[in-house]
Design a protein around this ligand. Sequence first.
Ligand code: HEM
Length: 253
Amino acid sequence: MQVSSAQYSDRAVFAWLVAGSQVLGVTAVVLTGVWMGHYHGGFAWDGTQQEFNLHPLCMVLGLVFLQGDAILVYRVFHNEPKKNVKMLHGMIHLLALIISIVGMVAVFDSHRAANYADMYSLHSWCGLITIVLFCLQWVMGLLFFLFPVASSWLRATYLPIHVFCGLVLLALSVGSSLLGITEKLFFSIMSSYSRFPPEGVLANVLGVLLVCFGVLLCYMITNEQYRRPRNPEEESLAVHFKTLTEGGSPTEP
Ligand code: HEM
């Protein structure tokens, strides 16, 4: 297949955008680690504050960075066989799910050990909704696409819903993280926050990076020119579906 110079420059811009998103994502994960490691005593699994520290790290790594990258694989591996890309998409999501569950267990466990109340904050409500929906989306994706139990018509109908829900989930994850960051700052540096202490600035920068990561990903996913070209099988499914919805016969030319 001939690649036009316009397509070539689109791919070059896309490569820069992907690189930018990775720099933003990795920096966000590293900053979360530095925040919890340097300012809050590091990490452990013993029911203390150090166990809580795993919560932000796992959530930013799993539910924001890895979830974002799992969505991105369809755009990045443009010309790979769809089956392989689907597997990779499912596997990165599985990793994101496992890491997020570790992060959730860490926060509930450390709350229980310190005798703190559960689920009282807006952050915890939004966070729990996000993780429950994320699990649901993962199971639905598995059933519909990885081990397709549904008919091709149902799959074609569900696909745009799945893509839309994926972006909503990424937005919810970034939003929940911002609420969590603000809450943590209020617990730890409430009295000095307004005087721009280094911890406050670091956490604010982390929040801005997460927003930029989310926005950049949404741009790349929703931009038509970065979409994966349909293979002949998908093309015929689309024609079939269009004919059915427009009331014609699928066998018409
Ligand atoms: C999408 C990512 C996140 C999700 C789904 C999430 C979810 C949750 C949930 C469900 C709780 C309640 C635990 C309980 O009641 O025992 C919680 C607590 C907490 N989280 Fe997160 N969290 C996320 C990211 C973050 C981040 C990035 C921070 C930043 C430091 C953070 C800070 C906190 C704090 C301080 C608490 C304890 C106070 C509270 O219960 O609201 N979270 N989180």
